[in-house]
Ligand binder design. Structure first.
Ligand code: HT7
Ligand code: ZN
Length: 844
């Protein structure tokens, strides 16, 4: 397969003035007529006229009305064209019903829908399918289905047809079309300049009752973007459609967002608090793309982080404004460490702005999204809130309507602040997680911190230059008071010292407050000092992180040396839990132990081969010790977690329920499941029902409840995904591969549906000791199914290969078994470009 390089970027050579498309929909033979006005781009050198096109049959093409016979290749067509402007017309045929890849125009449950990002439009018709070609689109849909939707504003409709016009120039990846027998949940929003916008959420019949939350989230997002960034919506209508078969969470097509049903549908009975929060943030994310992604798009796919990093950062800020900022920050960092750190420290490491790819779909990664958002957070910390707001205003003013680059983005900040960001730019080009070590010195009232940064080599990047690292530091006096409030140190050298003068006593430092940079902080902190920070740190993130570090160290000692659970840490944690002034959601997070995958990673970093079974056993032993130690306070905590009001998925109630869930998990270790069984029987919402079921599965006591849950919810696709997933995620690792295998034989295991496939096989990969079962059964089962899925859906297959990315850190037996499966996948005839690239990189 061909590798594409950032350094090879060339403009297309023509401007597209407008595009007019007619769709005559039929499952096996949809006809698409296109009329496109091309004009030479005076700023671009002349070159061959090439239009992308894959899996489309050309019926006929004309230029200025005269028939032409282009040269057709598997990737598109080449054609001789006039020197000046011309009109291209083509008729093509495609088969949406046979499109299982869920890219281009496909069918899901009797409806037609599209997914064009990144390069799906070329599966619909011949077109310059690249983000820097922006055009206005007019669309006519002909179909006997009742609801016919496309981008922009509706311009007319009649029996069996509808027309739409999108006045905003856009790249083809933002094109969308949906038709089906759909039901609407309508509402309206009046923008602050007084324009009324029709809002609709379109769903399959029967799902109408699950739209209210998504609609509220949409209106909150529209308000937030007006209030915080002065950005208004710019069409008469905003449509959202829920689709069952979808490769990712959602897609920001202009005026017609398409959502995975799981990312929009919710009711208290069927969705958990976590689902509600996720839906709120995905709705916000897609809505925010209207400005950061659609009005200002990316010049080429290497600039993906320009829209994704910024939009993730914006949705994180939205959630932290609406809910608890501290809890949100902890959740985001935990997620970054769980998903992005392993990527950045393994064979799939790549810069936030990659420099080459074979298949762009493989670069919708935690690095581009989450580390991309962290990079923007650092920029904001370095320039300050006011300058950040000023720079964003300039970005929107200067680049509205552009296909922009990271260089454009950074120049805006340079112009708005006068700063030189050339060194900062390394965050976009250097892969890998910097490791930050710290030395301290105390001399007569002056406390000095000396930091050293080292970024280990990553594939293709053996040597790294120092990066700009904002290090937020506060100093605590020995009585726990804040001696020096948070100061943002700006590290630019490989090694650099910062002095704090005029102190009356040697302080205790709280370093990297709020996780001010995406680095690994390497500091041997005595346990007493961590416990001191756990008790006194004014920064909630570092308070949580101190506890997490103590837990990690205690667990590592148990795993490596057979140590007993650390009673000192458990007692210190107990004091925090008893503090009723603390948010229940924060206390619930404090009760969480490091994940088993995280422990494997830490062991590996310490040069110890992780043993998944030992990690699992120690984690269990630690949780048992916590349950015993906290037993006397469990009743009190449960009472504090009690919600005495009708269900609402807001921060207050969901915080209480998450504390309640954590308490129930401990209690189940003591009572064998009695309390969980009672909660399951009485639950009137999915959060309580599922937390009880999880506890019972972990206790090996869930047979009856699993059957009851199945009988209650077998008609609900999204709840059944939970039923499938939970049984494997929470299973005893010794049984997980067999259980997963049995579930793949269940009649409701619809493996062509990505949500169901992920529910079973994604859950297996998440059950650390289960996936790494010493027989290799977990590896074989996953590989079997990836091989089966690849010819149908390369995108989802390739993403799920990342379960193998850490293969080199395990013992030789497990390494050999994982390698065998990776090689088996790699050797498959006709393997997709997506999967072949992923497996190749993992093995390299
Ligand atoms: N911009 C979108 C990314 C995307 C996608 C979404 C759904 C299906 C396939 C996709 N490929 C790429 C989603 C987002 O980041 O908002
Ligand atoms: Zn996005």
């Amino acid at each position: 397969p061909q590798t594409v390089y950032l350094s090879d970027y060339k403009p297309f050579g023509w401007r597209v003035e407008d595009v007019s498309l007619t769709f005559r929909l039929a499952p096996e033979a949809t006809r698409i007529l296109s009329r496109i006005r091309f004009a030479p781009d005076p700023a671009a050198p002349a070159q061959d006229f090439f239009l992308h096109g894959e899996d489309v049959s050309l019926i006929r093409a004309t230029i200025d009305g005269a028939e032409v016979t282009p040269e057709i290749t598997p990737q598109g067509l080449r054609c001789a064209v006039p020197e000046g402007a011309f009109t291209w017309e083509a008729e093509v045929e495609i088969a949406p019903a046979s499109n299982t890849a869920l890219e281009g125009l496909y069918m899901s449950g009797g409806m037609y829908c599209t997914q064009c990002e990144a390069e799906g439009f070329r599966k619909i018709t011949y077109y310059p399918d690249r983000p820097d070609v922006m055009a206005t689109f007019s669309v006519r849909i002909e179909s006997d289905l009742p609801v016919l939707l496309s981008n922009g504003n509706p311009t007319g409709s009649g029996d069996g047809w509808a027309e739409w016009h999108d006045p905003w120039p856009k790249p083809a990846y933002l094109f969308a079309l949906v038709t089906g027998d759909l039901r609407n949940h309508p509402d309206t929003f009046t923008t602050r300049s007084g324009k009324e916008v029709a809002l609709n959420i379109w769903v399959r019949p029967g799902d109408e009752g699950k739209c209210a939350w998504g609609m509220e989230a949409l209106k909150k997002s529209m308000t937030w973007d007006e209030e915080v960034h002065g950005r208004e919506y710019d069409l008469d209508v905003f449509n959202i459609v829920a689709v069952d078969d979808f490769n990712m969470g959602a897609m920001e097509n202009k005026g017609l967002n398409i959502f995975n049903s799981a990312a929009v549908l919710a009711s208290p009975e069927t969705a958990t608090d976590a689902n509600f929060e996720r839906i709120e943030s995905i709705i916000a994310h897609e809505y925010f793309h209207n400005w950061t992604g659609n009005r200002i798009t990316c010049r080429d796919w290497f600039q993906l982080c320009l829209k994704e990093g910024l939009t993730v950062f914006r949705d994180q800020q939205f959630t932290s404004d609406l809910r608890s900022a501290a809890v949100k920050r902890i959740e985001d960092v935990a997620q970054l460490r769980a998903r992005q750190f392993p990527e950045d420290q393994g064979p799939l490491a790549h810069p936030v702005r990659p420099e080459s790819f074979q298949e762009i779909n493989n670069f919708y990664t935690a690095t581009v999204y989450e580390k991309g958002a962290e990079v923007i957070g650092m920029l904001k910390r370095l320039v300050g809130d006011e300058a950040y707001a000023k720079a964003l205003d300039l970005y929107f003013d200067r680049h509205d309507g552009d296909a922009a680059t990271i260089e454009d983005w950074l120049r805006v900040f340079e112009d708005a602040t006068g700063r030189d960001l050339s060194q900062f730019k390394r965050w976009y080009s250097q892969a890998g997680t910097p490791r930050l070590s710290v030395e301290e010195a105390w001399d007569d009232g002056t406390y000095t911190l000396t930091f050293t940064q080292v970024t280990p080599p990553t594939p293709g990047q053996p040597d790294k230059a120092p990066q700009v690292i904002p290090i937020a530091v506060g100093l605590l006096s020995p009585n726990g008071d804040e001696a020096v409030p948070t100061r943002m140190l700006e590290m630019t050298e490989g090694k650099q010292s910062f002095a704090f003068e005029g102190l009356s006593a040697r302080p205790v430092p709280s370093i990297l407050r709020g996780f001010s940079a995406p680095v690994v902080l390497e500091r041997d902190v005595p346990a007493e000092e961590r416990a001191f920070l756990l008790a006194h740190d004014a920064d909630p993130f570092n308070r949580w992180d101190s506890s997490r570090s103590l837990a990690r160290e205690a667990l590592i000692a148990m795993i490596r040396d057979g140590a007993e659970p650390d009673a000192t840490w458990i007692d210190a944690l107990g004091r925090v839990l008893r503090d009723e002034t603390l948010d229940p959601a924060f206390r619930a997070l404090m009760l969480g132990l490091p994940t088993q995958a995280e422990l494997a990673q830490v062991l590996h970093e310490k040069g110890v081969t992780p043993d998944p079974d030992a990690i699992c056993n120690s984690t269990e032993a630690m949780a048992d010790a916590m349950a015993k130690r906290f037993e006397p306070m469990l009743d009190d905590l449960a009472a504090q977690a009690q919600v005495d009001a009708p269900y609402a998925p807001d921060a207050e109630q969901s915080g209480k329920r998450s504390l309640g869930g954590a308490v129930l998990a401990l209690r189940t270790r003591l009572d064998g499941g009695a309390a969980a069984r009672a909660q399951f029987a009485a639950a009137d919402n999915m959060t309580l029902q599922l937390s009880a079921l999880t506890c019972l599965i972990r206790a090996g006591e869930a047979r009856a409840e699993l059957d009851a849950f199945h009988d209650q919810w077998q008609g609900d696709r999204l709840v059944m995904d939970k039923w499938f997933g939970l049984q494997i995620a929470a299973a005893d690792p010794a049984e997980a591969p067999d259980r997963a295998k049995a579930l793949t034989q269940h009649p409701a295991f619809d493996w062509k549906n990505p949500n169901r496939f992920r529910a079973v096989l994604g859950a297996l990969a998440m059950n650390h000791a289960g996936f790494h079962h010493k027989t290799g059964a977990g590896y074989r089962l996953l590989a079997d199914w990836l091989l089966r899925l690849d010819p149908l859906n390369p995108q989802t297959t390739a993403r799920m290969c990342s379960a193998f990315q850490t293969w080199r850190r395990y013992d030789t037996g497990r390494q050999a078994m994982m390698k065998e499966q990776l090689e088996r996948i790699a050797a498959k005839d006709g393997l997709s470009r997506d999967t072949s690239e992923m497996v190749g990189r993992i093995l390299s």
